[in-house]
Design a protein around this ligand. Structure first.
Ligand code: NAD
Length: 371
């Protein structure tokens, strides 16, 4: 079975429910074999860097989402991407003139894939331009900014989604299904380890102005977000400790390593580690009364690997960004619900936890959370 077929099968019933009535296809084989002529989300990418490139390539396999526009400060990148993806000149913008995208009816949504500190202002400008927005994680630098982005999108009547690609990943979803179905019993403990050894000290990820922090904003957010969807509750308190071994590289306001603990209403607890200076940290472990789940790698680009008390997880790997964009198109175009929410409110919850973790590090105190 080829990857496209795998992909369509993994999309599941909700995708077919959306697509088949509109296309008149009767089965997944029909759907796979016939051209799709249903609605398509026309997307512009803002920020043609490393991750923007990955998303653009993954979107080549989408049926319901298509790359049609570009926003970049580098004219040579625009030219190269235009010929690679067949993008008309009228759909290309820079960071100064992109507000005029409001007059362009051939772009429905913009995917913001720029350094973290730019998300807030760019998303608000795009909302004012009347475009739906998909924004990369972390959605913003803090909860206040996140709320302002949600408000701006609500006011403009456009959707705001956050690029949480793991919320569509089949092995992750199987664990969530098992937990929700009660197959594991009560969840008692989650461990989330998220980190890598970061290289070039001059990159924006180590610049407080552009990154808004350090490892926690970039990679620790996976453990934060994962704790919430694995445990299936919202945390009510957090404690946290920071370790810094290289203050030259990890300057004031740029965290190198943070350990944090979360407490949940049921009494379940999470113990997590976020680091820019420890290799091979990509593991989720969930312990429940009647079962467990163990994912390693848990949030990398895949294939995700793991097992539960029932055995190895065998769901097919599909390119995360392809299924994410296909599902986000269905959310925006047809109001489909995400298996795990990906809206602005979801992003805001993680920002509230990030704010609390930084406060806990600074104060040494246990911080209460109200999500
Ligand atoms: P990158 O450095 O590879 O690309 C960033 C792009 O933004 C570049 O093209 C750069 O030219 C552009 N840019 C615009 N204004 C800039 C400015 N003032 N300073 C610096 N660059 C500027 O970074 P990336 O890895 O693509 O990350 C971009 C965003 O995507 C971040 O928010 C990051 O957290 C997120 N991301 C998400 C995932 C994921 O799996 N969801 C993976 C990687 C990155």
């Amino acid at each position: 079975m080829d990857s496209r077929r795998n992909f369509l099968q993994a999309m599941g019933a909700s995708f077919l429910a959306l697509s088949i009535p509109k296309t008149g296809f009767g089965s997944i084989d029909d759907f796979y074999n016939k051209p799709y002529d249903g609605p398509v989300l026309r997307v512009a990418i803002m920020g043609l860097g490393g991750y923007g490139t990955r998303v653009a390539e993954a979107m080549r396999d989408c049926k319901m989402a298509k790359l049609v526009g570009l926003i970049s400060g580098t004219p040579s990148k625009i030219t190269a991407w235009q010929s690679k993806y067949d993008i008309p000149a009228g759909n290309c913008y820079n960071y100064e003139n992109f507000d005029s995208i409001k007059d362009n009816p051939s772009i429905d949504a913009v995917y913001v894939i720029t350094p973290n500190s730019l998300h807030h202002g760019q998303v608000i400008r795009l909302a004012k331009a009347g475009k739906h927005v998909i924004c990369e994680k972390p959605m913003a630098l803090n909860a206040k900014q996140g709320q302002e982005m949600i408000d701006a999108c609500k006011k403009a009547n456009v959707k705001l989604l956050v690029g949480y690609r793991m919320h569509f990943e089949p092995k992750t979803l199987e664990i969530v299904r098992m937990r929700k179905a009660g197959e594991m019993g009560n969840v008692m403990f989650f461990q989330g380890l998220s980190g890598f050894k970061i290289g070039d000290p001059t990159q924006w990820r180590l610049n407080k102005e552009l990154a808004g922090g350090g490892s926690l904003m970039d990679i620790g957010i996976y453990a934060i977000n994962g704790a919430r969807y694995m445990v299936g509750e919202e945390p009510i308190w957090v404690t946290a400790q920071e370790t810094k071994t290289n203050p030259e590289k990890f300057k004031e306001g740029v965290d190198e390593t943070i350990q944090f603990q979360l407490g949940f209403p049921s009494g379940a607890v999470a113990s997590c580690l976020s680091s820019y200076n420890i290799s091979y940290l990509d593991r989720f472990f969930l312990s429940a009364e009647k079962g467990f789940a163990d994912l390693q790698p848990s949030t990398g680009y895949g294939p995700i690997k793991g097992r539960t008390n029932k055995g190895e997880l065998t769901q097919a790997h599909i390119t995360h960004q392809t299924v994410q964009m296909e599902k986000m198109a269905a959310i925006i175009l047809a109001g489909e619900a995400a298996p795990i929410p990906v809206d602005g409110e979801e992003g805001l919850k993680d920002l509230k936890i990030i704010d609390a973790i930084y406060l806990a590090v600074k104060s040494g105190k246990k911080i209460s959370l109200k999500l």
